[in-house]
Write a protein that binds this ligand. Structure first.
Ligand SMILES: NC(=O)c1ccc[n+]([C@@H]2O[C@H](COP(=O)([O-])OP(=O)(O)OC[C@H]3O[C@@H](n4cnc5c(N)ncnc54)[C@H](OP(=O)(O)O)[C@@H]3O)[C@@H](O)[C@H]2O)c1
Length: 284
């Protein structure tokens, strides 16, 4: 997607990655509150697409600040979508970054991975607000150009607090439970595809966004150790970890044949090794 007229919202881990990746100019990078992005500003900026990466993401903070979390993750994106429609009609693609954490797994009750059509099973307030935001947006945008992306454990070379590599570098003990993971580069490639003709069918739907296969926090910890970025992790049992964390950690494995055909994501271990190399360089 040509970044020239693309409005990027959010200044966190993913927003910072996409800003650099697409060379988004300052004028088209919205770093203030979602609710301050009014119709007049949208008309003036006249973007060809809007990508929303803003949201409250710290699980304990979300539990303790329920109203503000609901505002930022559910109400504000819906109201923004309404203002985009009022300013420019339904033609502008709105790409909203949600989360694979709306499902509490790692697998469905029948042992299969979660797909876009599966009903959410949120295990914490953050996940509830992401699922509610998605449901309200899908209802509001029926027939419009909305695409909801559900990544899982986002990672990049950036030295950011929300980078999953930064988190897995810190914890001494890690579980060996299967999970999907999502490179910020895979999200960027998905955003790119959504404006190509082949991506038109992605609007009006949820896309699970991830690399092929599964990994585990322990395996990533071992990759980081081999890269000299941490000591080898100790293994901790999932039930033992659940007893120490409130809200508990969510594990989720995703599957979405539509997404895989559209984006052709790499194998998760290959992408992890590539990104960890860049992550190590960024620490120097
Ligand atoms: N990190 C992951 O592994 C992961 C996994 C799946 C999905 N996601 C989703 O991906 C998106 C980006 O996450 P991230 O990793 O970049 O998280 P992040 O680093 O926490 O970035 C989110 C940014 O949104 C900002 N924000 C919160 N409420 C806002 C509002 N009302 N208006 C404007 N900005 C607001 C936050 O600012 P403050 O810090 O000031 O609140 C923060 O800068 C989020 O929607 C998240 O739910 C993330």
């Amino acid at each position: 997607m040509g970044a020239a007229r693309w409005l990027l919202i959010g200044r966190g881990h993913l927003g910072s990655f996409l800003k650099t990746r697409f060379s988004v100019p300052e004028a088209l990078h919205w770093t203030r509150d979602l609710d301050e992005l009014d119709e007049a500003t949208l008309r003036k900026l006249s973007p060809t697409a809007v990508v929303n990466t803003a949201g409250k993401t710290e699980l304990s903070w979300c539990e303790a600040n329920a109203a503000e979390t609901f505002r930022c993750n559910a109400a504000a994106p819906l109201n923004l979508y309404r203002r985009i429609k009022a300013a420019a009609g339904e033609a502008i693609p709105f790409i909203h970054v949600s989360s694979g954490c709306v499902w509490d797994g790692p697998y469905r009750a029948d042992g299969k991975p979660f797909g876009p059509e599966d009903p959410p099973s949120p295990a914490c307030f953050y996940s509830w607000t992401k699922a509610a935001g998605d449901a309200m947006l899908l209802r509001e945008a029926a027939g419009g150009k909305l695409a909801i992306l559900r990544p899982r454990q986002v990672y990049s070379p950036l030295a950011a607090e929300r980078n999953t590599l930064s988190k897995l570098r810190r914890y001494p003990k890690l579980i060996d439970t299967p999970n999907s993971m999502t490179s910020a580069e895979t999200i960027a490639r998905t955003v790119d595809k959504l404006t190509e003709p082949a991506g038109a069918a992605a609007f009006g739907r949820i896309l699970c966004v991830y690399e092929r296969g599964t990994t585990t926090p322990f395996e990533v910890g071992m990759f980081l150790a081999r890269a000299g970025l941490r000591a080898e992790p100790e293994l901790i049992d999932k039930s033992a970890l659940d007893r120490t964390l409130k809200p508990k950690r969510v594990d989720t494995v995703l599957s979405d044949p539509f997404f895989e055909a559209l984006v052709q994501p790499p194998k998760v271990q290959d992408e992890l090794r590539r990104v960890i190399n860049h992550f190590r360089e960024a620490q120097r």
